[in-house]
Design a protein around this ligand. Structure first.
Ligand code: PMP
Length: 435
């Protein structure tokens, strides 16, 4: 009997009672290896003693202060820590409670930037198909999955979508990475010209596509080209690193790999590692100055933003990652995981692609390797793999093909940064059994 509304109403999830390191225990005493960090959240694993100690200390000192009245040392320190090695030009941090809030704030900052600078007609948002930016109405509109939006039409805001950079699915035979990157990025320029450059506010994209397509990395100089197109037409670039940021790819900010800096950058999941709900939007000096020189106010806010407990969790998690040099482990273990997946599934008749960066890896399943045809979505292969994996004490993050039918089911792996080679062998072995 439950009085909670679960997302899957007829099959409530198992009941977790405790978690430590990389494993969970449920109320039946079964244990599960957390090979997905929940949804790429738990970067330090569970019950990390230093994070718990930092939370206790903060709770004893100051649990809550509304940002309309006070700032706090811990929030200031976290912001300084995040900006210290942020992509060039990002100068300020807006602290929130999760990923969707961070995306909403970024969309509104982009819109307000243009009203502050006398260009209120710049209101269009361009995003990519096969992307996920959150479930609140603005973030939902930006996301590229038609089936997620379908029940909520007409949306309060409509975004415009272009093709993602998804080499496995979209790169043509004989086309070089560089030519494909140019073609994929060119879609943005075409869309900007179609809408009219002086009506476009921002383009939003995930540097590594997470939940929707499964650890899809861009090829060639795709993001450098995207940055150049945005600059050419005065369009703001929002990078959504809610899932792929905060070290998940082996780089603190995923866009470091691409060698570009956005105007706005969203982070969440790994920021607090699951110890508290927290997200943030990082903004550039240019946007900050427009607000400061204009109305002097960002027209937004949430009751729990800048929450001291959340900031304490974020600060402690990020300090441990830096001190223990865990990003080196993410890079090393990411390479190990990819190699193990290649060795285990490389020849599998129904594995079409194995891809990712750092501890953000995915296996895409297809009905036919040659044609790359996905399985019939009605088979719900991803849901079966999830339950077969859970039955074997393994938490992975599978997702089904989208309604546009252009990709297969995939299984996303995003284990905590403390994972070892032996853990990864166990994870790969159990996943092979489940598949
Ligand atoms: N953006 C991306 C890229 C995400 O992966 C997610 C969550 N999966 C969100 C935004 C929304 O974050 P939240 O669920 O914390 O609202």
């Amino acid at each position: 009997m439950t009085h909670l509304l679960h997302r899957s109403i007829h099959t409530p999830p198992r009941r977790a009672v405790s978690a430590s390191g990389i494993s969970f225990t449920d109320d039946k005493g079964q244990t599960y290896i957390d090979a997905s960090g929940g949804a790429a959240v738990s970067c330090l694993g569970h019950a990390h003693p230093e994070v718990i100690a930092a939370l206790h200390a903060q709770l004893d000192k100051l649990a809550y202060a509304h940002t309309g009245f006070f700032t706090t040392d811990v929030a200031e320190e976290l912001a300084a820590h995040l900006i210290a090695d942020a992509p060039e030009g990002l100068s300020h941090v807006y602290l929130l409670s999760g990923g969707s809030e961070a995306v909403e704030a970024a969309l509104k900052m982009a819109r307000q930037y243009f009203t502050e600078t006398g260009q209120p007609q710049r209101r269009h948002i361009i995003a990519r198909r096969q992307s996920y930016h959150g479930n609140t109405l603005g973030a939902l509109a930006a996301g590229g999955n038609e089936w997620r939006r379908a029940q909520f039409k007409p949306l309060l805001m409509e975004a415009h979508h272009i093709a993602p950079c998804f080499a496995y699915r979209e790169q043509q035979e004989g086309e070089t990475d560089s030519d494909y990157a140019a073609r994929a990025a060119g879609e943005l320029e075409t869309k900007i010209l179609e809408l009219g450059p002086d009506t476009v506010a921002a383009f939003i994209a995930e540097p590594v596509v997470g939940a929707t397509a499964g650890a899809v990395t861009a090829v060639g100089d795709y993001f450098k080209r995207i940055r150049a197109i945005c600059d050419r037409y005065g369009v703001l670039l929002i990078l959504d690193e809610v899932m792929c940021g905060m070290g998940r790819t082996g780089y603190r900010y995923a866009c470091e790999y691409d060698g570009i800096a956005p105007d706005l950058l969203t982070i969440a999941k790994g920021l607090g590692g699951g110890f508290q709900p927290i997200g943030a939007t990082l903004l550039s000096r240019k946007i900050f100055d427009a607000f400061a020189d204009g109305s002097g106010f960002f027209q937004h806010g949430h009751t729990y933003m800048g929450h001291p407990m959340a900031a304490a969790a974020g600060l402690a998690v990020q300090q441990v990652i830096a001190r223990d040099n865990l990003l080196a482990n993410v890079q090393a273990m990411g390479a190990t995981l990819n190699a193990q997946l290649q060795a285990t599934f490389g020849q599998h008749a129904h594995v079409g692609d194995i891809r990712g960066r750092g501890l953000f890896q995915a296996v895409e399943l297809v009905a036919d390797r040659d044609s790359k045809a996905p399985f019939d979505p009605a088979r719900k292969l991803h849901a079966k793999i999830k339950s077969e994996a859970m039955a074997r004490g393994l938490m992975v993050y599978p997702m089904g093909g989208t309604i546009d039918g252009v990709r297969g089911d995939h299984v996303l792996l995003a284990p905590p940064f403390i994972v070892t080679e032996a853990d990864l062998a166990e994870i790969t072995g159990r996943l092979a059994e489940a598949i």
